[in-house]
Design a protein around this ligand. Sequence first.
Ligand SMILES: [Zn+2]
Length: 554
Amino acid sequence: MKDFSREIWAYALRNAIDFGKVDAGKILPKLFQHGLDKKDIRKIMPEIQKIAGEVNKLSAGEREKEFEKYGEFVKEKEEKEEGLPELEEAVEGKVVTRLAPEPSKYNHIGHALVFLIQYLYAKKYKGKCILRFDDTNPEKSALEYYRSMKEDLAWLGIKWDMEILASNDMARMYKLAEKLINQGDAFVCSCAQEDMKELRDKMKACKCRKNSKEDNLGEWKLMLSGKFKEGDRILRLKGDMKSKNGVMRDPVIFRISYSSHFIQKDKYCVWPMYDFESSVKDSLDGITHVIRSKEFELRAELHANIVKLLGMKPPIIREIGRYQITGAETQGRVIREMIEKGEIKGWDDPRLVTVKALRRRGFVPEMFQELAQTVGLSKSSGRIDPTVLAATNRKIIDQRAARYSFIADPVELEITGTPAMKEIEVLLHPDKDEKRKVKIGHEFFISKEDFENLKGKEIRLLHLYNIKLGSKVVKGKVKCEFTSSDVKDIPKINWVSFGVKARVFMPDGKWVSGVVDEGVWDLKPGAIIQFERFGFVRFDGIHNHLYEFWFAHK
Ligand SMILES: [Zn+2]
């Protein structure tokens, strides 16, 4: 048998670096790629165990150092694998992940990235990806959000294998609640909310904890039959009132609500809380792997406890950084207030980083996909700078965005001595052959900023000819002279001759007005183009006789 010790060291170290300790079972399958024969499995196992033991004794720093030594022996094989790191216990064809939005808000980029990562993992392991709506909060869930979520996900390029509404599985969830009551692990509580809050703060149990199983079951049935008012009774899990983690102190798992649900209408008046619904549904739906952001850290103990009490199989949970865009507001509650106060226009306001807002500005699905691949499972704080979004998007759209001239805050030029020219041809994109015609008349516009910076100097009107710029505006016009010189190393300025009125909605919520060359007549709403020397924009449509564009980035 060949000596595999270097490969074993390399994989054991990699495994320890990624997951904290070596899982010896992970190493064996890798060795087949290096030519291990099946008949030698018995001979190789003790060696794997021995090396795994040694690696487990090393500190994190030592592991990194050792990996530098051994990494090269497995490098080639590692590079063949896809960008996302491996998940524990992931078996090809058996992995089931889920996208579990609550239909009570609009997705922001952080949600989108977590959804994409779960989807990419299902694809990586040729498994399934389930779209499950955690819609058991009847007051907050709404059709509007449900539809918008699906639209966002489809736009992002996610193809889910199945759609599930948690609210369609109430019968099974009620059964599990009864099981907990019968086991003595849940009880019906009739305490006032304020009293209970005080008791939980003092780490003291309420009197209802002592109720008999029979009483609890009877009260539970009365809850289901609609005998009580909202808040009069709730079902609590018998947690641990002494726990340091407040979430564990006899948490509510079911409550009464008579609000009409957007799908179930008035069919139910007892609803599971998120912690219960989400954790039991993962097991009921056969989810094998959950990737979620760190904000669930405190609730993880409760989720694991619920599933354990019910004797169900929990999924493997990977926690990742909570993706935030530096400087952007992502809290649904705050955004709702801003909209109500009229501070922003809506959920797609360019100051927000909702999927809708970014989409309307000209960010493309490929940007989200690429970002999901690169941020992958990083446990870092998850802060993403807006410049990273712009850079990733620019790389993609720069190759396809046609070029046009937009003149912000225009100043009119009157040029004397110009050669007779009716039109010129310019390239739609510098790397492509396709051209378009640009008409030339007697009027020319350049931006006020260009004029202020260059007045009195010789400039080149981009793609056209050189002129000497006048130095002051008289009756709204600047007198300029054509110069026959062909000097090229002078400032090249965008201009518009035949233009249409346009304005651009900037990411700070302000509009920039100007004229755009009439080539935009051919554009369809949604087109992503570049205004040369201004930035990338998305054509939003013609509103109030104005061509309106949304600014993406420089
Ligand atoms: Zn109580």
